[in-house]
Ligand binder design. Structure first.
Ligand code: 9WN
Length: 448
């Protein structure tokens, strides 16, 4: 079944609210009802934007819960575990309980995810302001959001600082990830070379639930991919998740251009919020972080293709595998020519303009790429939440015509009311988890 081209937006909105309400565990929304029964870092940020369309206070609670799990280093962990539900790898595998940097009383993983949180905070403040100015009728939401922001800005500033220091030990400029999970694009082909170089000496017992929860195991990463994922977790655990030690010993250390582009815009969004609240101390620092991140993204652009590349820090070489992340200049801008060139390729027949696509939206890999797998996770499917992120960035750059087109196509895709985690780009079939929270959240933001 595929969605109609003119979805009923009222029905879509009602269904999206139901998904968020059903996945709400109280002070955190599970990323998905069965597959991901905990709070995920970047999911929580996107989810909070959708929640703000329903209730600004509930949206703030979502970010407050996540920030309560922030490590003293500044790192926001990629999972905050809810009690008593199953997911593999769970807290026993991560073994973060004795780690001094982790706040007591919460169970978390020991890695991070892309820093979209300040983007969410700025958007929530905007949504709150639409309900009324402070001190005027309807202004309670904005008052509450601004009070929350006064507390959140220094925390998010520390998070960004950690990314730009602890995660750039060589001063190369790109934010380094130690695990594909940190990129949020777990098994994207851009990580293949780094993963292939890993020798797993001791296979671990896999207690996966995910493969039983999707209709077809090929929608998920393979067991041999999971062995590598767990090998990296074991390495980080063996040195107590100490930033410096991990950077020395871990078998995966890649400068992630997409994460860096997100940091550039998130730091600017945070600076703007800080300025608005009179928190001048943070503003200059965040603008520096943004400038450095943006420069690193632009320096990654390959002269021949015009596309962005990641940096394999262990090998000391660019890795140029083409993927959605190759278009990171569309997120952070900074060079009109580079932007225009990437925009032309991404909207052209190799990508979102591919004639075989059900909807004219960018998939995670070009259908013309020999490695294109239309049903397999980050190796081909189209992810609604990525469409929202690119839409948001296009709007920010004033690229409204394309933004409008992608929003319309993105809404059409969601008209099936499945709220798929990802979609088969050629047929429009929902894949992975259904009732995925961030998919419902971005639908609510789009139709507001
Ligand atoms: C591992 C929750 C998360 C997303 C990621 C997505 C997937 C987890 C998994 O689900 O990753 O973090 O178990 O596969 O790749 O982007 O945040 O929705």
């Amino acid at each position: 079944t595929t969605a109609p081209l003119d979805p009923d937006l009222d029905a879509l909105g009602r269904a999206a609210r139901r998904v968020l309400a059903r996945n709400d565990l109280g002070t955190m929304v599970a990323a998905a009802p069965r597959l991901y029964p905990h709070q995920w870092s970047w999911d929580a940020a996107f989810i909070s934007v959708g929640l703000a369309r329903v209730s600004v206070p509930r949206a703030l609670t979502e970010l407050r819960s996540l920030l309560a799990a922030q490590w003293s280093t500044g790192m926001i962990p990629h999972i905050v575990f809810s009690p008593g539900t199953s997911y593999f790898p769970g807290p026993d595998v991560w073994g973060t309980d004795g780690v001094g940097a982790k706040p007591a009383g919460v169970q978390t993983s020991g890695i991070c995810q892309p820093p979209v949180h300040a983007i969410a905070l700025a958007r929530i403040l905007r949504i709150a302001a639409e309900q009324g100015e402070e001190g005027e009728e309807g202004g309670e939401a904005l008052a509450e959001a601004r009070a929350f922001a006064a507390d959140a800005v220094p925390r998010l500033a520390a998070w960004h600082r950690w990314l730009s220091t602890a995660r750039d030990p060589d001063g190369q400029g790109l934010v380094q990830v130690h695990h594909g999970w940190e990129s949020g694009m777990d098994n994207a082909p851009r990580w293949d070379a780094a993963y292939e170089a890993i020798r797993v000496r001791q296979e671990q017992q896999l207690r996966r639930h995910d493969t039983a929860l999707v209709s077809d195991v090929s929608e998920r990463p393979s067991d041999s991919e999971y062995q590598r994922y767990l090998h990296l977790v074991a390495q980080m655990r063996s040195v107590g998740y100490d930033d410096r030690r991990v950077a020395e010993i871990v078998d995966f250390r890649v400068g992630d251009v997409f994460m860096t582009a997100i940091l550039a815009v998130a730091a600017e969004e945070l600076a703007a919020v800080g300025r608005d609240l009179g928190l001048e101390k943070e503003v200059a620092d965040q603008m520096d972080i943004a400038a450095r991140a943006r420069a690193a993204v632009l320096a990654s652009v390959a002269p021949d293709s015009g596309l962005c590349r990641d940096w394999d820090a262990r090998v000391g070489a660019w890795t140029g595998a083409e993927s959605l992340a190759s278009f990171s200049v569309l997120l952070c801008g900074g060079d009109a020519d580079a932007y225009a060139r990437q925009r032309t390729v991404l909207t052209g027949p190799r990508w979102a303009g591919h004639p075989g696509l059900r909807y004219a939206l960018p998939p995670t890999l070009s259908p013309d790429d020999p490695g294109f797998q239309p049903r397999t996770y980050w190796r081909g499917p189209v992810w609604p939440v990525m469409n929202w992120l690119f839409w948001w960035a296009l709007e920010r750059h004033g690229d409204h015509a394309l933004a409008d087109r992608w929003r319309a196509q993105g809404l059409a895709q969601l008209g099936d009311l499945a709220f798929g985690e990802y979609y088969e780009p050629l047929t429009g079939e929902p894949l992975g988890s259904h009732e995925q929270s961030w998919t419902a959240a971005i639908a609510l933001d789009w139709i507001a």
